[in-house]
Design a protein. Structure first.
Length: 98
């Protein structure tokens, strides 16, 4: 098993915008290394002629027909909003602090 080093884990964490403790870096190095090992095993398989799939089994008619329906009334949609504003959801301005 090829073990990811600390710098590689920290690089992946930065890309994912994660802050990891030293213990989490060690655990992630091991877990990510196992994932990469599984990927290597899959690469060894002869998949010539095997069609790509998005589901393990064939899925047919999983979604309802896309039929137009009346919209939810604004009053109902905003009923539980903490601060409705001008017929919409009020949100803090960028840089505003709670």
């Amino acid at each position: 098993m090829a073990m990811l080093d600390r710098d590689q884990v920290l690089h992946v964490a930065r890309l994912a915008r994660l802050e990891l403790s030293d213990a989490e870096v060690e655990r992630m190095a091991s877990e990510l290394s196992h994932v990469l090992d599984h990927i290597e095993k899959i690469r060894e398989l002869d998949l010539e002629g095997v069609a790509p799939t998005s589901h393990v089994i064939d899925v047919v008619n999983a979604l309802r027909a896309d039929e137009p329906e009346p919209c939810l009334p604004a009053e109902v949609a905003l009923a539980s909003a903490p601060e409705p504003l001008h017929g919409g959801f009020g949100v803090p301005s960028p840089g505003a602090h709670a």
